[in-house]
Design a protein around this ligand. Structure first.
Ligand code: BTN
Length: 330
């Protein structure tokens, strides 16, 4: 008989500590097989300690995702039939999965979560890393009657949805770094990846991928190339993962409805409250070109307004990356 990582993780979560022989007996495998699978869990980022006296122990509880627990936590007018929730153990990328499902999915919206992503994708060709049980990775498929052009600003509206969900849970100090990083104290808490499909003149669909750091440890730092923060370090009583997932999903679905109804214009004022770039000297990289200026908020379509020496520039979220330049703010 073989043992899979999920079953072992659940067994570890059931008791304070489990000896290798007790686990071997339970799963009908050798102690060496248990050890091998523990090593596998560790390599995926699960903090498991081992001591001769007590056996294997999880350093902190890990709540695995569960579709009905997420649905209960949503606590909104959305029902599972409006937005079916799928939870995978492992997948290549939740965005890729929803892009694959888009042509055959009949409803208005659907969401998929995964505990592990083998090739989690970030913006601009970067990868997205998440330790097992230490983050949330999910993608929402949402249909729009409008053209793709009308979806400019969508990722900013999603950012507002994420901030609303986190605020509902009592988390404070949140900011949005245009176009779609959720930050706290200049450290990244969550990222958003929007990919479009369908007819460019409409109807079309968006796959909205959201990755959020829930509980990272030093091992994760080695794989993340920018300053980060996690939900666990922002609260003395951090929300359980299913609750976090439900609250975020509810608020993002709500923001998507609002966007479909009124466009980004409905979010402009709220965005300004969270805009961490406003008034900052920024550097715009666009292919090989670069220019510098002062960020001056966003327009009604979600373009970043940058005051440069040549006048105001409107920057499209799809084309550029923004970095704070060295030097003082004006
Ligand atoms: C970024 O900040 O670069 C965007 C990160 C988006 C990551 C999420 S995790 C869920 C979804 N699936 C992916 O492969 N990527 C997004």
């Amino acid at each position: 008989m073989s043992i899979d990582a999920r079953d072992l993780l659940m067994a570890l979560g059931e008791s304070a500590a489990s000896s290798g022989s007790a686990l071997a007996q339970r799963f009908g495998v050798t102690r060496a097989a248990i050890w091998k699978q523990i090593e596998q869990l560790r390599s995926l980022g699960v903090p498991v300690t081992a001591s001769p006296g007590e056996g294997y122990r999880l350093l902190r509880p890990i709540n695995l995702l569960d579709a009905s627990a997420i649905s209960m936590a949503m606590n909104t007018r959305y029902s599972v039939s409006d937005c079916p929730i799928a939870v995978h153990w492992q997948i290549d990328s939740t965005n890729s999965e929803m892009l694959r499902r888009a042509p055959s999915h009949k409803g208005n919206a659907a969401v998929c979560f995964s505990e592990l992503q083998s090739t989690g994708r970030g913006r601009r060709g970067r990868s997205w890393h998440m330790p097992l049980g230490g983050g949330l990775a999910f993608s929402i498929l949402r249909r729009f009657e409008s053209s793709m052009t009308a979806l400019a600003g969508l990722s900013l509206a999603v950012g507002i949805g994420v901030v609303r969900g986190l605020s509902d849970l009592g988390l404070a100090g949140l900011g949005i770094k245009w176009p779609n990083d959720i930050q706290v104290q200049e450290r990244k808490l969550a990222g958003i990846l929007v990919e479009l499909g369908g007819d460019s003149l409409g109807p079309c669909h968006a796959v909205i991928g959201i990755g959020i750091n829930v509980h990272l440890d030093s091992q994760a730092s080695e794989r993340i190339d920018q300053p980060w923060i996690d939900v666990a370090s922002m609260s003395t009583d951090p929300p359980e993962r299913n609750r976090l997932a439900g609250c975020l999903l509810a608020r993002v679905l709500e923001a998507l409805d609002q966007f479909a109804e009124s466009g980004f214009v409905a979010f402009v004022e709220e965005f300004a409250r969270y805009d961490v770039l406003r008034g900052q000297r920024v550097e715009i990289l666009h292919g090989r070109d670069q220019c510098e200026g002062v960020a001056a908020g966003v327009d009604h379509a979600g373009h970043l307004r940058v005051r440069t020496t040549d006048g105001e520039l409107l920057v499209d979220s799809g084309e550029v990356s923004v970095r704070k330049a060295n030097g003082a703010s004006p």
